[in-house]
Design a protein around this ligand. Structure first.
Ligand SMILES: [Zn+2]
Length: 603
């Protein structure tokens, strides 16, 4: 991993802003409990013009410090009166710059009028016949579209009025009363009103605007998508209500009123983002056979782990993600049985070992060390899968009833609050593990040391073991391939095979494709694994080149796209990688693009 040196202190005329946890803000001095956002979205200029108004908590005389990045600040008002402000002189490449506003203790409300710019990294403006805009705020990009105290430990409620071109729908991580859009004068724009009455941290602020339609699944959940995706999305997510019921049965009532899923354009850099009330999801989960719905179980689980109980700093990220993977697999077990959840668990362990090979040992601790670094550096399989494995090991040791009682209590008692690793450890010691179990599991070793401790519970999936037998047979002889029950396999088994089979030659790889039609699959995980094999074996015939080009040009999900570029560099195909990047980089979100740029720079 690359370390990025930062200038941590920006000296302004009167105020020294010291960075704490990736934010310039001092919410302990002056902070806000509610944010109102008045915005106009302009697709022509690819710009949002907005005023953010903050209702301050009681405070002493002290400056209000907000994080900003790539914003053009135009005016600041304090209780309705225009006041001077200071903006950090230089923009830090990761943190942006602080906006410093002097406020007397009597001031109740501050507002900032500003514009987003091309450097507003959270925003992706998708061009084409049907324009689309979406945001991705996690980890610290909320500041690039709304000035805010951009740290996960600070929660606030928000409301918004958003004006968009007539014919487009706006959605936020809030109540989405889309039927009630109000036409503005001249009818060229409409205005949508949003309310988020529950407190959330800034990284859960989200906006999407586009030609979007809605289809209900139950009276409290449904799916939003562009018209061409709506039917497929509605069929694929048919089990959504069942998932919510299963989740509630495990860890208590759903707290956020509605739960809807928005299927975004393919440029979305992640699998999903757990924006409250409205999960943002990549269309790459629409496999046509519901084989990738575990991603939705994951985002739904975040409605408890992450959104209700939030990691205090990004170093504690595993509290968001490890708990969510654990919860996701439990939901999958409820709906589809233990065999499916165990296959998912076995693959998560495979991914974890693969990721750990590439990381410095210190980056394989559960508690991360992200001070002076981009928090994105910590957002890899370790927080997710090693975190899961620790919780699974605890469950197997203390028993499921005790684990479930603890987690239900954890989500109830700490709802709408924050948690850090040390407080979790203290709670677990008190309520989850008796002294004998605590000594056996030794959670500190998982949390503060590299790799995976020897006491990790051995996860065994019968179906994955069967697949491994087939892999051994096929590695030993060609005859194995002819008898392979490929079509009967679940996607997890197919994925296991493709990521472990040692294909002997490019010809055999093509033969395999002709036999099983792998490159025509609708399952993006399988297609990705296939394309990785093509790169590793230098299979660049026209047909495969076309599949590769189409995938790189139509998918923006970082998990798929970045490793493909990285593999090309490793396979001495730099020119080819640069050619693709040149052609498609404009279609990628900054999150994906930045990672690829790092790979392209490497040897
Ligand atoms: Zn997650």
């Amino acid at each position: 991993m690359k370390w990025i040196p930062l200038i941590l202190t920006i000296v302004c005329t009167h105020v020294k802003a010291q960075v704490i946890n990736h934010s310039y803000a001092h919410p302990d001095k002056v902070s806000y409990h509610h944010l109102h956002w008045q915005a106009k979205v302009n697709f022509q200029s690819q710009c949002i013009e907005a005023t953010a108004t903050y209702d301050l908590k009681p405070h002493d005389d002290h400056p209000l410090i907000l994080d900003t990045k790539g914003l053009e600040i135009q005016q600041v008002k304090s209780d309705g009166v225009v006041v001077p402000y200071e903006l950090g002189k230089t923009e830090d490449p990761i943190l942006g710059r602080p906006l410093i506003i002097q406020v007397k203790s009597s001031v109740k409300q501050v507002s900032v009028t500003y514009k987003t710019t091309a450097a507003s990294e959270a925003l992706l403006w998708v061009e084409g016949d049907s324009p689309f805009l979406f945001t991705q705020s996690q980890a610290i990009l909320a500041r690039s579209w709304i000035p805010c105290q951009d740290l996960p430990a600070l929660r606030f409620t928000y409301s918004a009025d958003v004006e968009v071109p007539n014919g487009l729908m706006a959605l936020m991580s809030a109540s989405n009363a889309h039927q009630k859009a109000v036409a503005k004068k001249g009818a060229s724009t409409v205005e949508y009103h949003f309310e988020q009455r529950k407190t959330i941290p800034s990284y859960l602020m989200a906006l999407a605007v586009g030609n979007i339609e809605f289809a209900a699944i139950s009276n409290r959940c449904g799916v939003y998508a562009t018209p061409d995706q709506l039917n497929l999305a509605h069929t694929e997510l048919a089990d959504l209500e069942k998932m919510i019921v299963a989740a509630e049965k495990l860890y208590g009532a759903y707290q956020w009123d509605r739960y809807d899923v928005l299927i975004l354009p393919a440029a979305f850099p992640f699998g999903g983002m757990e924006n409250p009330m409205l999960t943002f999801a990549t269309p790459t989960i629409l496999a046509g056979d519901k084989s990738l719905v575990s991603l939705i179980a994951h985002e739904l689980a975040h409605s408890w782990s992450g959104n209700l109980v939030t990691n205090e700093t990004w170093d504690d990220f595993w509290l968001n993600e490890g708990f969510t993977v654990y919860f996701e697999f439990r939901i999958m077990e409820e709906l589809y049985g233990k065999e499916v959840s165990e296959m998912l668990a076995a693959l998560s362990i495979q991914d974890l070992y693969q990721t750990m090979e590439e990381l410095a040992p210190v980056d394989t601790h559960l508690k991360l060390h992200l001070k002076d670094r981009n928090p994105d550096d910590g957002m890899n399989d370790v927080a997710y899968n090693k975190g899961y494995w620790l919780l699974r090991t605890i469950e197997e040791r203390v028993g499921r009833p005790k684990m479930d009682a603890f987690l239900k209590n954890y989500f109830t008692h700490h709802a709408f609050g924050v948690m850090n690793t040390e407080r979790f450890l203290a709670l677990a010691k008190k309520d989850l593990m008796d002294p004998g179990n605590y000594r056996f599991i030794a959670p500190e070793a998982w949390i503060y040391q590299p790799g995976v401790p020897e006491n990790a519970y051995p996860i065994v999936s019968q179906k994955i073991l069967e697949t491994d037998d087939w892999i051994a047979r096929c590695n030993a002889s060609d005859e194995g391939i002819k008898q392979l029950p490929w079509k009967e396999w679940s996607y997890q088994q197919q994925y296991r095979f493709l990521t472990n089979w040692q294909c002997p030659s490019a010809d055999k790889l093509n033969e395999f494709n002709q036999r099983f039609g792998v490159s025509k699959t609708g399952n993006s995980e399988i297609l990705f694994a296939w394309l990785m094999m093509c790169i590793q074996m230098s299979v660049w015939d026209d047909a495969n080149e076309q599949v590769m080009s189409h995938f790189l040009g139509s998918v923006g999900r970082r998990k798929f796209i970045a490793p493909l570029y990285k593999a090309m560099i490793k396979a001495h195909q730099r020119e080819r990688a640069l050619g693709y990047f040149d052609r498609y980089q404009q279609t990628y979100h900054a999150v994906t693009r930045n990672t690829i740029v790092e790979h392209l720079k490497s040897e």
